[in-house]
Design a protein. Structure first.
Length: 105
């Protein structure tokens, strides 16, 4: 790829830095980052539990009555936003449960 066709990451970083000076933008950005991080952590934990149980993604999909490709994509996509009922169904099929825990102050 030619240098002139490459993405100018510096431009993106400068724009983000400028926007981050806005308190409302910063708060929304940080909230979204926490949501993504927590979602990723839950998905990683469910996948680790699945592996520990020796269960294939296809078997897990069958247990929650979902398409195997959608469950596979859930565990392999870089950013996913699964619905809570699906997360709960996956946890249940793995013999686990979903809980909400307060963050330390």
């Amino acid at each position: 790829m030619a240098d002139e066709a490459m993405l100018d990451v510096g431009l993106h970083e400068r724009r983000r830095a400028r926007r981050m000076r806005d308190p409302q933008y910063r708060a929304a950005y940080e909230r979204a980052a926490r949501e993504v991080a927590q979602t990723d952590a839950v998905i990683r934990e469910l996948d680790a539990l699945r592996v520990d149980l020796g269960m294939s993604k296809a078997e897990l999909a069958r247990r929650v009555n979902r398409n195997a490709s959608s469950v596979r994509r859930l565990f392999t996509a870089s950013q996913v936003r699964p619905e809570l009922p699906l997360v709960v169904a996956l946890a249940d099929a793995l013999g686990a449960e979903v809980r909400v825990v307060r963050r330390p102050a």
